[in-house]
Write a protein that binds this ligand. Structure first.
Ligand code: PMP
Length: 354
């Protein structure tokens, strides 16, 4: 820390992103990226847009907003695009929380929520998950705080039903409820259709996972127009050009190429279910993940050891040093070949540790 660093951030502990190694070619199953390339249409649109990079991007993201509004069946003033969904989540903490209006989220969830809370000086409460990692729905009802729920949750992959989500939204009419749907396309029902029923609902989403665009950084928020206007106030007070021209164009291409998107989601779901059954055969306990990753612990090998041994063998998974999670690893769903390589490596490690 330099002597100039503001005292207001002295205790800020930044988010630790998953490793993005350059030194060797790993099988990367650690940051929930898609193993498939972005749609050809997305690539072509982005490439074409490079001809206009001398010009700023459209702060209103009009082409993308129009395409997305048609896609989601919403009005054009009910969506905001951001630099990854991380940005819209940060905007939500900034716009809807303060010292009087705290935030609430599960103790095991996306690790960025407490960081955004700290960054925005928002007091927050972390509600313990049940022992089976499910969210205790009742502890998020009538809470008088801004609620953040990832559905499906990370790193557990467990999803709440839409009825439970609706119960939480309904019981907190005077607070915003943010449903983070980063992984919704892998088999969970979206809450987007509820935005016309509840004026306190904000749904966030991303092109990083199911649309293979993590490197382009494209996220969004969907809510009624008043909420979107508030988020835009924060956006226009930080960076009106938060989505660059190539990403915006790629986003349009991706949305227009729905068949590619749907096939990829189906494939990931198929490989996820295969992964669950193979890991169980290898004596793992695996949560019933509805995301593009599984959360698994070996009955024999401790989580950190497995992570390190896999890394030695060129396979990266994500290990969290948090007490309740330390026996587990979060493993992104890759191609069938990548997952087969993982199972072979696990078998070898089990032999080595005998
Ligand atoms: N929400 C959850 C639950 C996530 O796991 C992630 C990815 N790390 C994000 C949001 C943010 O993803 P992105 O900024 O790439 O859209």
């Amino acid at each position: 820390m330099s002597r100039f660093f503001s005292g207001k951030y002295k205790s800020l502990v930044p988010y630790t992103p998953g490793e993005q190694p350059k030194e060797m070619q790993y099988i990367k199953l650690n940051t929930n990226e898609s193993p498939f390339p972005p749609s050809k249409k997305a690539q072509e649109y982005a490439q074409k847009e490079t001809e206009h990079l001398e010009l700023y991007s459209d702060p209103e993201c009009r082409d993308l907003v129009k395409t997305a509004a048609e896609y989601f069946g919403i009005n054009t003033d009910e969506i905001i695009f951001t630099n990854g969904s991380d940005e819209v989540l940060n905007f939500a903490f900034a716009a809807f929380c303060d010292a009087q209006n705290g935030a609430i989220f599960p103790d095991i969830t996306y690790g960025f929520y407490p960081v955004f809370a700290e960054l925005n000086f928002v007091p927050y409460e972390e509600i313990p998950l049940n022992d089976d990692f499910t969210v205790d729905v009742n502890s998020f009802c009538n809470v008088n705080k801004t609620v953040f729920i990832a559905n499906p949750n990370a790193p557990t992959g467990l999803a709440l039903s839409l009825d439970d989500i609706e119960k939480i939204i309904k019981s907190n009419p005077d607070n915003i409820v943010v449903i983070d749907e980063a992984y919704v396309d892998f088999g969970t029902e979206s809450a987007v259709n509820l935005i016309h029923k509840y004026d306190n609902l904000l749904v966030t989403g991303t092109f990083s996972k199911s649309r293979s665009m993590a490197g382009a950084r494209l996220g969004f928020g969907i809510a009624n127009e008043d909420i979107i206007r508030d988020l835009n106030t924060v956006k226009y007070s930080t960076n009106p050009y938060n989505v660059n021209r190539m990403t915006m164009a790629a986003g349009v291409g991706a949305l227009l190429d729905n068949e590619y998107f749907e096939n990829n989601c189906k494939e990931i779901i198929k490989i996820r279910e295969y992964t669950k059954s193979e890991l169980k055969k290898l004596e793992f306990t695996v949560t019933d993940s509805k995301a593009n990753f599984v959360f698994a612990k070996s009955d024999r090998i401790d989580g950190k050891t497995l992570y390190l041994k896999l890394k030695e063998k060129g396979i990266l998974v994500r290990h969290f040093d948090k007490e309740k999670l330390s026996r587990y690893n979060r493993i992104t769903i890759g191609t069938k070949e990548q997952m087969d390589a993982l199972f072979s490596a696990v078998k070898e490690i089990k032999e080595e540790l005998k």
